[in-house]
Write a protein that binds this ligand. Structure first.
Ligand code: NAD
Length: 472
């Protein structure tokens, strides 16, 4: 694939300061598909200088003009929809149909939502004898993961630009190509030089440098809890704003009387899509004791339809995981589940038949999982579903809330009000009721150790603003 041998800084592609490179691999077969420069401290410093220099002008640009540029960015992404899907399939390994439906479509929709919000947001308000201005925070350092690579970029960059902030992005090592494509779209959209800058590189080098740069006013991070903790600590020590979108272990609670067939089928699909590499995935299915055995059978039948295949084939429903390290991590968790006494209903730790070469993992379902087991507590980030049994509603609430995480969840009931009442008792940032659809305007983010801050919609925009009150 075509890749830029440079960083996008101050409106142009510039050579990196050092010679280090990152090899981008296709996880379906392990081949190297491109190389990109691995930036270091000097590249990050240059990008932050460009973002600082561009900040006063962009902050003073009328919101309607910022909205127009975001609209042009949306159009530039739309024009390259197919290329986005093919790029994400090549570097992440997600099936092409999913790449079209989600990896390309969602960021385009989110970008469109911020073009509208930039124009409509009340950046000024009257509060008694005060006039309150909502002003941009400054230069944003955005550090993003590989699992929804373009969505996670747009979910940070679009609200930051709408707010009047300027940005330096450090995307994940595994998926830099779609980040370069995004930088090209920014350029085509006519954003002023320095408003958006891209530094590709390794997390512990370029990511670390960005997280501690003096010229960065806000660090927005999505990724693992371990790295999130370090970023929060460094930002706290420097008294700088930060936002963290971390992991999850979300519960899919099927209440007695719910449509079991539908709830299980949608629940399995939710975990298997993107090979389970979704922070908000409902990886714990909670079923009442009376319906447990039937649910396990239904889950086994559902998961059998997820046959691992080449992500480039239109009919493939599940591809590989992102890289060999992730495959080892996920299969390690599957072995741990077996060791802890859970029952394998489908899948297992061995490579799927005929896919010993790429980074494939068998779609796996465990029954007989108890709440304290490792596979019921830790984020696996692979195609692995645990089915747990509860005795009554109190038990279900206790199990659902019994992890350190609180990102998402689902409740199924024949009575919507019963589902809402249950959802209100969950310590989690989002809950889908009876299979409710993804809403790109709804605030997304975690309770407990799933994170700090919210993305998407007007709540996501608010993260990039600070207030100034004038009294009269
Ligand atoms: P990670 O946290 O290491 O990487 C996320 C981003 O942070 C990448 O851009 C990476 O380069 C950067 N980074 C890494 N170390 C850094 C550091 N010291 N300072 C600054 N930036 C740094 O995640 P990973 O290794 O790609 O995945 C590991 C696990 O994290 C996964 O198995 C999964 O459980 C979790 N994860 C969660 C999400 C999510 O959306 N919540 C996304 C990806 C990974």
């Amino acid at each position: 694939m075509q890749a830029h041998d440079g960083m996008y800084i101050d409106g142009e592609w510039r050579p990196a300061a050092g010679p280090e490179k990152i090899e981008v691999r296709n996880p379906a077969d392990g081949t190297v598909i491109a190389t990109v420069p691995a930036g270091g401290e000097q590249d990050v410093a240059a990008a932050v200088r460009a973002a600082r220099a561009a900040f006063p002008g962009w902050a003073a640009t009328p919101p309607a003009e910022r909205a127009a540029r975001l609209g042009a960015l949306r159009d530039a992404l739309e024009a390259r929809r197919d290329e986005i899907a093919e790029t994400v399939t090549a570097e992440l390994g997600s099936p092409l149909a999913f790449s079209h439906a989600v990896h390309a479509s969602v960021p385009i929709a989110v970008c469109a939502s911020y073009a509208k919000l930039a124009a409509d947001y009340p950046f000024e308000e009257e509060v008694g004898n005060s006039r309150v201005f909502h002003e941009p925070v400054g230069v944003v350092g955005a550090i993003t993961p590989w699992n929804y690579p373009l969505h996670q970029i747009v979910a940070k960059v679009a609200p930051a630009l709408a707010a009047g902030c300027t940005v330096v992005l450090k995307p994940a090592e595994d998926t830099p190509l779609v980040a370069q494509l995004f930088a090209e779209a920014v350029h085509e959209a006519g954003l002023p030089a320095g408003v958006f800058n891209l530094v590709t590189g390794v997390g512990t080098v370029a990511g670390q440098a960005l997280a501690v740069q003096d010229g960065v006013d806000l660090v927005s991070f999505t990724g693992s809890t371990a790295v999130g903790r370090q970023i929060g600590a460094a930002a706290g020590a420097a008294v700088k704003r930060f936002a963290l979108e971390l992991g999850g272990k979300s519960a899919n609670v099927i209440l007695p009387g719910a449509n079991l067939t539908k709830a299980v089928k949608v629940g399995v699909a939710n975990v298997m899509s993107n090979s389970g590499q979704t922070c908000s995935a409902w990886t714990r299915m909670l079923v009442h004791a009376d319906h447990y055995d039937e649910a396990v059978q239904l889950a086994a039948a559902s998961v059998a339809k997820y046959v691992p295949g080449d992500p480039k084939d239109e009919g493939t429903r599940i591809g590989p995981v992102v890289n060999a390290k992730q495959r080892e991590r996920v299969t390690g968790y599957i072995s741990q589940g077996v060791k802890d006494g859970a029952t394998l209903v489908a899948g297992g730790p061995d490579a799927p038949e005929g896919h010993e070469q790429g980074c494939y993992v068998q779609p796996t379902v465990f029954a007989g999982v108890t709440p304290e087991m490792t596979i019921a507590q830790e984020e696996i980030f692979g195609p692995v579903l645990s089915i747990l049994k509860y005795e009554d509603v109190e038990d279900a609430v206790r199990i659902a809330n019994g992890t350190v995480y609180g990102l998402a969840g689902a409740v199924w009931s024949e009575d919507e009000e019963e589902a809402v009442a249950f959802a209100r008792r969950l310590d989690t940032g989002q809950v889908d009721i009876n299979g409710g659809r993804f809403n790109p305007l709804a605030p997304f983010g975690g309770y407990k150790q799933s994170g700090i801050g919210r993305e998407l919609g007007r709540h996501g925009l608010g993260e990039y603003l600070q207030t100034k009150s004038l009294q009269f």
